[in-house]
Design a protein around this ligand. Sequence first.
Ligand code: ADP
Ligand code: MG
Length: 267
Amino acid sequence: MTTTPNSPGPVIRLRAVTKTYRMGKDNIVQALRGADLDVHPGEFVALMGPSGSGKSTMMNVLGCLDVPDSGSYILAGQQVRQLNDDQLAAIRNKHIGFVFQTFNLLPRLNAIENVELPLVYGGGGNRADRAKRALAAVGLGERMHHKPNELSGGQQQRVAIARALLNDPSIILADEPTGNLDSRSSAEILAIFQRLNDEGKTVVMVTHEPDVAEHCKRIVRMRDGLVSGDELVPQPRRAEDELRKAGTAQSVDLHTGAVPHIPVAAR
Ligand code: ADP
Ligand code: MG
């Protein structure tokens, strides 16, 4: 990674991180085998790699949802291992917004209620107002009172992004956020992430779609629990341009000069 001499250090620094899952006595899976990763403020990283290579485990560690067995994770200058529960909650609130493939919305709550959920146990001010602003920012101002089953997949993911943005985190972590979406919705989600990144947020996004990864500034590859490749994307594609070109068409051609109408999420 190139950094200017005066740039702050990485906001994420993983060193030799291991994580083993034990399922029963004889079944041991080494999900991470000593992974290293630096991410600097303002980066937009695609995390790629075959299924089972440790991407989600890595994301869970980055989001402080899971604790490594060994190695070091320094988040925003703080050694995560040394934090107590309150400090961990505080650093997570301040820095991390997490977005999942399956949206993880509560079905009985409408969009506003889902978005304001992280504030229920903290954060003063008018929760509903903040939630409404977050929803407007992802283009869902009109559907704030809808429940998840009254929204498309892409709209549900935008609710989830609004929820992740509520505390104005510096880092967005997204684990296959377009994995369940058609090409147009995927492009809309990518356009939102690119805008957030333009505004200075750091984004790390898992995807196994090369076309999706080409919208990021850097591609990190994983294999067998290790980082196996790391490259810069010279000219990331712009989802907004692709959406504009597609107009109102259902399908956005996310594939460079390729066959149209293939959903990004086809699998
Ligand atoms: P990816 O996201 O790249 O598909 P994961 O990080 O989910 O990979 O998984 C890495 C390996 O760890 C896989 O072999 C998976 O089966 C295993 N694994 C992940 N989470 C668990 C868990 N909670 N319990 C047991 N094994 C797990
Ligand atoms: Mg995964």
